[in-house]
Design a protein around this ligand. Structure first.
Ligand SMILES: Nc1ncnc2c1ncn2[C@@H]1O[C@H](COP(=O)(O)OP(=O)(O)OP(=O)(O)O)[C@@H](O)[C@H]1O
Length: 366
C-alpha cells in the first residue's frame, strides 16, 4: 500500500492561452483509492486524461510504475479509463466489448473467453448477456460492462471519470458499494473524479480537492471534513456553520469568543486551528451534527445561541433545523439524528448549544 504507483510532479496544462492545471504534484500509492473533487471546470478531467495519456501535460513530469510517461501512448500505459458517458462499442456484443483489450494484446482465444467470464462474475453480470448488445442492457449494466472492459486487462490503475453520475440514485448506491468491494478485492489503484462529495467520502482512502486548476487540500476524508484547508473547502464538503469570533493568543493556546453575544472565552487546542487562521479574527466551523437544541441547561463548556426555528426538514434518518439567530446573518443549520420527536414547530424559540472546543478555527477570509 505504501509504494507509489503514480507520481505527478508539478504538472501544468495549458489549452492555448488558458491554464487549466497549475503545479499538480500528487503521489498515489499502489492499491490506493483517491477521489478528485472540486467545482466544475477545476481541471479534474484534464488531470485524469493526462494520467491516461489522452492529453499531454504542458510542463511537469509524470511517472507511473516508476516509468516516465511523456513518450508512452495511452494503450501502452498501465491505466484504463471509464467515462461518464458510456464508451461501449454499440455494434459489438458484450463479450466482444469486454474482450476487446485482450484481442489488441493478442491474448489467445481460450484465455480471453475465460477472463471475460471471470469479469462477468466479478461484475455480477449474467453470462447470457455475453451475446447481447449494449442497447439491450440497462444503464447500470452497461456501466458494469464498461468497468469489466477496463479491468479485464488487469491495469495497475483504474481511472474513473464520474462513472455513476448518469445513473439513478438507487443504481448509483449499489454500484458504489460494488466499486468499493471491487477495489478491496483487486488491489488496483482507483482514481475517481466525482462531483458527489458523499461518494468521495464513502469510497476514497484520500480526497484531493482541486480549485481553479490547483490542489488546495489532500487528505483522508475525516480530515477534509473536520479540518478543511479553508472556508471554501469547508463549504464545499458538506453543510456547515461559520461563527465569527475574535481570537486572542494566551499562554495556554488560542482563546476565542463570539463577535456577537457574551459567551465566556473558549480555549482551542493546536489541532483545532487551521494553519491559514491568523490575526485577531476568525470563523469557527461548526458542523450541523455538532449542535443540539437544548431542552435543559447546557453542559459545561458549551456555548449557547438563542434563536427561532426558521424551517425544518425531515430527512428520514435525521431532521434538519434552520435556526435564525442574532449571532449569524444566515440561519444556523443543525441536524439531529432520527425523526423530530420533540415536535419543535417552525417559529418556536430555541436555544442551540455546541462545544466550541470541539470546533475548528478558520481564517475569516473567503
Ligand atoms: N480541449 C480543451 N480545449 C480548451 N479548453 C479545455 C479543453 N478541455 C478542458 N478545457 C477547459 O479546461 C478547464 C478544466 O476542464 P476539465 O474538464 O478538466 O474540468 P473538470 O473539473 O473536469 O470539470 P467538470 O466537473 O465540469 O467535468 C475548463 O475551463 C475547460 O473549459
Amino acid at each position: 500500500m505504501s509504494q507509489p504507483i503514480i507520481d505527478s510532479r508539478s504538472i501544468s496544462k495549458n489549452y492555448g492561452s488558458f491554464r487549466a492545471l497549475t503545479d499538480i504534484s500528487l503521489t498515489i500509492r499502489k492499491g490506493e483509492f483517491i477521489a478528485l473533487v472540486g467545482p466544475s471546470g477545476c481541471g479534474k478531467t484534464s488531470f485524469l486524461k493526462i494520467l491516461a495519456g489522452f492529453e499531454q501535460a504542458s510542463s511537469g513530469e509524470l511517472f507511473i510504475e516508476d516509468r516516465e510517461m511523456s513518450d508512452v501512448p495511452a494503450a501502452a500505459r498501465p491505466t484504463r479509463m471509464v467515462f461518464q458517458k458510456l464508451a461501449l462499442f454499440p455494434h459489438k456484443t458484450v463479450e466482444e466489448n469486454i474482450s476487446f483489450p485482450l484481442r489488441i494484446a493478442k491474448v489467445p482465444a481460450a484465455e480471453r473467453a475465460e477472463r471475460v467470464r471471470g469479469m462477468m462474475d466479478l461484475m455480477h453480470l449474467r453470462h447470457e448477456y455475453l451475446t447481447h448488445y449494449p442497447a439491450q442492457l440497462s444503464g447500470g449494466e452497461q456501466q458494469r460492462v464498461a468497468l469489466a472492459r477496463a479491468l479485464v486487462s488487469r491495469p495497475g490503475v483504474l481511472l474513473l471519470d464520474e462513472p455513476m453520475s448518469a445513473l439513478d440514485a438507487k443504481l448509483k448506491k449499489s454500484l458504489q458499494a460494488e466499486l468499493k468491494k471491487l477495489h478491496r478485492e483487486l488491489g488496483t489503484s482507483f482514481v475517481l473524479v466525482t462531483h458527489d462529495l458523499e461518494e468521495a467520502m464513502m469510497l476514497a482512502d484520500r480526497i484531493c480537492v482541486m480549485v481553479g486548476g490547483r490542489i488546495v487540500q489532500l487528505g483522508v476524508p475525516l480530515d477534509i471534513y473536520r479540518r478543511p484547508a479553508n472556508r471554501f473547502v469547508a463549504g464545499f464538503i458538506g453543510e456547515t456553520n461559520f461563527l465569527p469570533v475574535s481570537v486572542a493568543s494566551t499562554a495556554d493556546g488560542l482563546s476565542v469568543r463570539p463577535l456577537r453575544g457574551d459567551q465566556t472565552a473558549a480555549l482551542l487546542g493546536a489541532d483545532r486551528v487551521s494553519p491559514e487562521a491568523h490575526g485577531d479574527a476568525g470563523l469557527l466551523l461548526i458542523r450541523p451534527e455538532d449542535g443540539e437544541i437544548l431542552s435543559g441547561a447546557p453542559s459545561p463548556g458549551m456555548w449557547t445561541i438563542a434563536g427561532t426555528v426558521d424551517e425544518k426538514f425531515t430527512k428520514g434518518s435525521s431532521t434538519q433545523y434552520r435556526i435564525r439567530t442574532e449571532a449569524l446573518d444566515v440561519p444556523f443549520v443543525l441536524e439531529s439524528s432520527g425523526f423530530d420527536t420533540a415536535h419543535i414547530p417552525v417559529g418556536a424559540p430555541v436555544s442551540v448549544g455546541f462545544h466550541p472546543a470541539k470546533s475548528y478555527l478558520l481564517g475569516d477570509r473567503p
